[in-house]
Design a protein around this ligand. Structure first.
Ligand code: AMP
Ligand code: ZN
Length: 458
């Protein structure tokens, strides 16, 4: 069965044809580790994980490379302002190196919570300064770079294809450019190397042929992707915000260095937003994985929520949506647990599942198909084996799930609830209310049921 993927570069659905038979090289832009990842960022990693699992279920051996941006990403994607790492260091009172370590660890924990498979290679920008310098030298040698008082810049006017990925209106952009584009020749030019200020010792800086400084953000991805996957590989991913700047710049650099557009397919995940505005780390307040866990949500409920939408449509986050996803996942888990374990997958359902997932990762249809499977008259062992197959792509860990152990209720709580039940039977409403209040004070809610009562911890 053919796997169709939407390629932003050609703006079309294309049959996936790997460069090397049976293999797939996949590069995903990783986090800028100056803060925790927010759940919007995590949606992008879930999308990329579903893509990887889809490639794998189709029999491709995936080499999955993810970078860690621990230097060079400036506060504005257009290369203005401070390095985000320096801003993070100032915010926390820690060094840039310390925060890189802390937030990289936190990011990896988030991925584990969401059952995102570990990349084959996880590479840090700061471990690849030499490769980046070499890339900049190649760009310079082609006459595509120029020097300003604060760094070395890519001269986008000299690249006729610049911005094709984003279908950038270069003339329009230039005409509307702010007067303060500084010494940049064109508004779309971007930094390859930034000089350390003469009067300042930066926490992160390196020697280079151009003096002390640090690499621009975009060169790290071109350099590391080419190092670990070659100068032309199969699929490059990121969030859709990367189309007009970061990925356009990666392509320009790779064109200059290797004469390739770096990747055969360019895929982009749409955003998770709140109340119509995008969630962003720089806005200060944002939800992260731990915010959901603190509110007693299972991280898998968030993964389930992501699967409910196509990766090329935005999701508006709300607690109600997350509640619905958690309830649906709970139902799926309990049903799964009730099934027998002795069956083989149903060929018809598996084929329909593959058709959805191979149609540009249509996870929402695939989830709908799961409900159809649940309701079907197939033997439960067959349902279970079929669902196991689906879960290779969903990654919901259905087979690992255990219902939470019922905690033993404290004796005094049960005694109080019984006292209340007796008071109600005696129509002593004051005593019944008093017992309910006492239970509430102990953190329990009592709910009357047909055959007695149920206690819920609040
Ligand atoms: P960053 O750590 O900011 O470099 O972003 C990490 C990844 O998250 C990138 O692929 C971004 O494109 C993506 N991203 C950023 N904001 C969002 C959002 N609100 N929803 C989905 N993905 C996002
Ligand atoms: Zn990147």
């Amino acid at each position: 069965m053919t796997l169709k993927l939407y390629d932003t570069y050609t703006r079309s659905l294309r049959d996936f044809e790997p460069i090397e038979t049976g293999k797939a090289g996949l590069y995903c832009c990783g986090p800028t580790v100056y803060n925790y990842a927010h759940i919007g960022n995590l949606r992008t990693y879930v999308f990329e994980d579903v893509l990887r699992r889809t490639l794998e279920i189709n029999g491709f051996e995936v080499r999955h490379v993810v970078n860690i941006t621990d230097v060079g990403h400036l506060v504005s994607d257009a290369d203005d302002g401070e390095d985000k790492m320096a801003a993070g260091a100032r915010r926390t009172g820690k060094t840039a190196w310390e925060i890189a370590e802390i937030y990289t660890e936190a990011f990896l924990e988030d991925l584990q919570h969401l059952n995102v498979l570990s990349p084959t290679v996880l590479c840090k920008a700061t471990d690849h300064i030499a490769e980046q310098i070499e890339g900049i030298q190649q760009i310079e040698a082609k006459g595509l770079a120029y020097t300003t008082s604060d760094g070395i810049y890519f001269d986008t006017a000299k690249d006729p294809d610049y911005g094709y990925l984003a279908r950038l209106d270069r003339e329009g952009l230039q005409a509307g450019a702010r007067v303060d584009q500084g010494e940049k020749r064109s508004v779309t030019d971007f930094a390859l190397w930034k000089f350390s200020p003469a009067d300042e010792q930066r926490q992160m800086e390196w020697d280079s042929p151009w003096g002390k400084g640090f690499p621009g953000w975009h060169i790290e991805c071109s350099a590391m992707a080419a190092k670990y996957l070659g100068p032309l590989f199969d699929i490059h991913c990121g969030g859709k915000d990367h189309i007009p700047i970061h990925h356009s710049n990666e392509i320009a650099q790779s064109q200059a260095c290797y004469g390739t557009r770096l990747s055969n397919y360019w895929m982009h995940g749409y955003f998770l937003q709140t109340d119509k505005s995008k969630m962003s780390k720089s806005s200060g307040e944002f939800l992260r994985m731990q915010s959901l866990i603190d509110r007693q949500y299972d991280p898998m409920a968030y993964r389930f929520l992501c699967l409910l939408a196509h990766y090329r449509s935005d999701i508006t986050f709300s607690w109600d949506n997350l509640d619905s996803a958690a309830t649906a996942l709970g139902r799926m888990r309990e049903t799964y647990l009730s099934w027998d374990t002795n069956g083989e997958p149903d060929a018809g359902f598996v084929e329909r599942f593959m058709a959805f997932i191979n149609d540009d990762l249509n996870t929402s249809q695939a989830i709908a198909l799961s409900w159809e499977l649940i309701k079907s008259g197939l033997p439960s062992g067959v349902k279970r084996a079929t669902m196991d197959r689906f879960d290779q792509v969903f990654g919901l860990q259905l087979a690992q799930w255990q219902p939470p152990a019922q905690e033993e209720l404290p004796k005094e709580v049960v005694a109080l609830a019984k006292q209340r039940q007796q008071a109600r039977a005696d129509k002593d409403w004051a005593a019944a209310d008093a017992a309910r209040d006492e239970l509430a004070a102990l953190g329990y809610e009592v709910v009357d049921t047909a055959d007695g009562f149920e206690l819920k911890q609040r």
